[in-house]
Ligand binder design. Sequence first.
Ligand SMILES: NC(=O)c1ccc[n+]([C@@H]2O[C@H](COP(=O)([O-])OP(=O)(O)OC[C@H]3O[C@@H](n4cnc5c(N)ncnc54)[C@H](O)[C@@H]3O)[C@@H](O)[C@H]2O)c1
Length: 339
Amino acid sequence: MNLPKIAVIGSGSWGFNHVRTFYSLKNCELVCVCDLISKNLERVKKQFPDINIENDYKKIISNPDINAVVMATSAETHYEIAKSALIAGKHCFVEKPITLNINEAEELVKLAQEKNLVLMVGHLLLYHSAVDYLKNLVDDKKIGDVLYIYSQRVNLGKVRSTENALWSFAPHDISIMLHLINAKPLRVSATGQTFLQKKNSIHDVVFFTIYFDNGAFGHGQVSWLDPHKIRKFTIVGSEKMVTFDDMEIREKIRIYDKGVDASNVTYDSFAESLVLHDGDITIPKINLGEPLKREDSHFIDCIVNHKKPLTDGQNGLDVLKVLVAAQKSLENDGQPEKI
Ligand SMILES: NC(=O)c1ccc[n+]([C@@H]2O[C@H](COP(=O)([O-])OP(=O)(O)OC[C@H]3O[C@@H](n4cnc5c(N)ncnc54)[C@H](O)[C@@H]3O)[C@@H](O)[C@H]2O)c1
């Protein structure tokens, strides 16, 4: 097969990273970049003079030479652009969140299935080597059963005006929680506050909790109004506990041989029967590649070798269902919502 010809639609702050990455990949050819803003296109042309630029995405959709499109436009445009690309027979990579509404995402998933096309969603962290490591730890029961996970994704800015901190940040945390807990999410509750854009009801700070059918839960804190830059997960297992701190340059994962054995507890002697263990901390060596490069290569690999992406349309839909329920809960003062 000839190398797949790719176009990137949306070369704003994140899309430009896809442009750079697809340009560097040897198993595809990045032929065109589209954006509405000429300054963004000039930046592309300056750095990659041999790439065509375009300001009308419909020209990309109608170009029969382009096999696949990568959408890094704002979330509210994903549905329309992805739908037209799939109808035109092009494989699609859509940045997170897949769409803003469940019916639209379901339609895209169905369309991709009917047309036998790859539909992949940009849940970037699932292409992080540290997350692969965590997944193996969990699946091999090295930390026992996952009891709960909590995550923090906070920093100061970039304040968005069309989506809140939940939709902007939490897709990453939710995708990891679903990936690691691997059970059915039943309900979610979310609370937060609109400090900066009260009039538009854009939440700057959100705390959410997802309850799973195996008794585990995942709790996340997302904010663009915080003095710290934190990207951290803590996974508490029945035998060991693990942290994944993505701000650490090298020692991203720490495995704590800590836990409480409550198996011999009797009602009469509760405290005396608990056995605490507080053992070593292990820092595994992980070969860290660039997650975006792995993600974008995976998209091409799925196209060329007819594979199902790790983060396919259904995975995008699963994360979206949690987001939609969390948003409802946020608007209802934290009332738990069914997923
Ligand atoms: N995976 C990640 O880690 C990650 C990180 C940041 C953003 N994102 C996602 O990437 C997407 C873009 O985010 P961003 O921060 O780059 O936003 P951005 O506003 O900086 O860029 C979006 C770009 O899309 C262009 N655009 C919008 N509508 C268009 C259209 N119809 N045709 C052509 N171009 C169009 C805009 O002109 C803009 O340049 C969002 O879905 C966001 O959630 C993902």
